[in-house]
Structure formats: C-alpha cells, structure tokens
Write a protein that binds this ligand. Structure first.
Ligand code: ZN
Ligand code: ZN
Length: 296
C-alpha cells in the first residue's frame, strides 16, 4: 500500500475516535452546539472513507470501458460530501430552532467540555502529523487535509468557549445560536467543495496562469512548426487534458512533424502535472485561425 494511503487510513481511524468522543460529549451535556460539532465529524469520517476509495479508483489505468481513464471518480466522493453536508446542516438547524424556542439548561457541562476538548486535542495532533508528511512528501492533498482539519480544531475551540459561557452567564439561547453558526459554516465549506466538483464535471478550462504556461511551452518547443491554434483544455481529477492543432509546412514529412509533436508533448508533460495531450497536425494553408499561438 502507498504511504499516502496509509496516512489516509490513519485519518479514518482518528476521525472515528474523534467522532465517538464528540458524540459522547453531546450525550453528556445535551448541548446543541456540541451536537453540531459531532455532526461535522460525521462528515469528516464519511468523506475520508469516500476519498480513500475514490483516490484508488481514479488511479486505475484507462481500460476498454473507460478509455479516458477513471479520473472523475474523485468528483463522485465530493458530490457525496455535498449531500451529507446539506443533510447535516438541516439537522443542526432543526435542533437549533427547537432549542431556541424551548431553551433548557445543560447537563454536566464541565465533563462534556473536557471530553470535547480531548477530542479536539487528538485532532490537533493528527493535524500536525498530516502537515509534516504533506510537506515532506510534497503532497498538496495531505496539506489540504491538514488545513481542513485545522479549521475544524478552531471551530471546536470556539464552540467550547461558547458552551462554557452558557452556565456562566445563564443565557441558555447562546447554545442554539452557536449551533446555527456551526451549521452555516458547514454549509459554506460544502458549497466551496461542490462548486469545485461542478467545475470538473462540466469540463472547466484550466486556471489562467496554467493556460499561459501551456501556451509558452508550446511556442517554445515547436521549432519547425508555423502556428498552433484551437487550443482546448479541461481537467479531470489529477489529469489535465490538452489538445490543439499544429500547423506545419505542407512539405514537411510525416516523421518530421511527428518529431515536433513528440518534443512538445515531452515538454508539456514535464511542465504540467498529469498532462494528457492530443495534437492534430495541419499543412500551412490552414494557418491564421483566430486565437492562434505563433511558434518559433
Ligand atoms: Zn485547425
Ligand atoms: Zn506519436
């Protein structure tokens, strides 16, 4: 098993432990804010499991049934996460509404807060482990996981402080108000995630700065060709699909023009991670399409 996958399994185990503790903290206190915090952990565990399988699935090489590869499998787990997030936020908002119209004092707030703080400490430690290895192995996915976990630790910290204020101030409605904040936060992170997946599913073009780099690489490595045009790009998970037309002198031999293509393809693969390239070669009378890239 790959080392990043071992860490992913570790994340799932830690997630289940943290979820158990946070649920216990909710049961001990009856606090709606702590309930919302536990529900956020459910999402973390479910996504970690879905992501684990999605990453393995998307790495399966192209086959006769899926000749372009399985990269989009990663978006499926994101869609699942989006659905879970909406359900979790609705559950929290319903409880918050009930708690707001019929507020009730917390049972055993000190024990509950200590349990929840313990769970957050476990999360914080795991967060540093992920950061360390993410940097060491140069894995953007691990670093992103660590960032996400860190925002959870911060949110839980806010919830702990807020719930502690409930028995101190005697203001019972603070608990459902806090829970509503957590629900909105859950919805917001879900929206960003779904937004990203929609971009991938709808074949959104690659980011502008990568597109500029692609054009530079093409024009810098196309010696012998005249022009490149009709450049189209799209992303699927970790794969970046690049296709364009390459105009060459009509008298150039097939082997020569193929050599130019191979050179460009090699440079693109080096410069753009996960590049999958298709080039259509044309004779010079097809030149000067609008939006062409002049080549050296
Ligand atoms: Zn053309
Ligand atoms: Zn070839």
């Amino acid at each position: 098993m790959e080392k990043t996958q071992k860490l992913a399994l570790g994340s799932i185990a830690i997630g289940i432990l943290v979820l158990g503790l946070k649920y216990l903290a909710y049961r001990v206190t009856g606090s709606i804010a702590l309930y919302s915090d536990a529900l956020e952990s459910v999402i973390n565990v479910a996504t970690a499991i879905a992501a684990f399988f999605a990453v393995r699935w998307s790495a399966v090489p192209a086959d006769a049934n899926h000749p372009y590869g399985h990269h989009k499998a990663e978006y499926l787990s994101a869609v699942l996460e989006g659905v879970l997030i909406v359900i979790a936020a609705m559950l929290v908002l319903r409880e918050a509404y009930n708690g707001f119209i019929a507020p009730r004092p917390l049972d055993a707030p000190l024990q509950g807060l200590l349990i929840n703080a313990g769970a957050s400490a476990v999360n914080a430690i795991w967060c540093f482990v992920l950061f360390r290895y993410g940097r060491l192995w140069r894995s953007p996915a691990l670093v992103a996981d660590a960032r996400h976990l860190w925002t959870d630790v911060i949110t839980s910290g806010g919830v702990i402080v807020g719930v502690a204020l409930v028995p101190i101030t005697g203001w019972l409605q603070l608990d459902p108000i806090l829970a509503s904040f957590v629900a909105v936060n859950i919805l917001w992170s879900g929206w960003r995630l779904v937004r990203e997946s929609i971009g991938g599913l709808m074949d959104e073009a690659i980011p502008e700065e990568t597109l500029v780099r692609v054009k530079e690489i093409i024009s810098g490595n196309a010696e012998g060709a005249i022009e490149a045009h009709d450049l189209r790009t799209r992303q699927a998970g970790r794969a970046t699909f690049i296709e364009f037309h390459l105009v060459v002198p009509g008298t150039m031999s097939v082997s020569e023009s193929h050599g130019v293509c191979d050179r460009i393809e090699g440079a693109l693969r080096k410069g753009v991670e996960g590049a999958i390239i298709t080039i259509h070669v044309e004779p010079e009378e097809k030149a000067k399409h609008p939006g062409g890239v002049p080549v050296v």
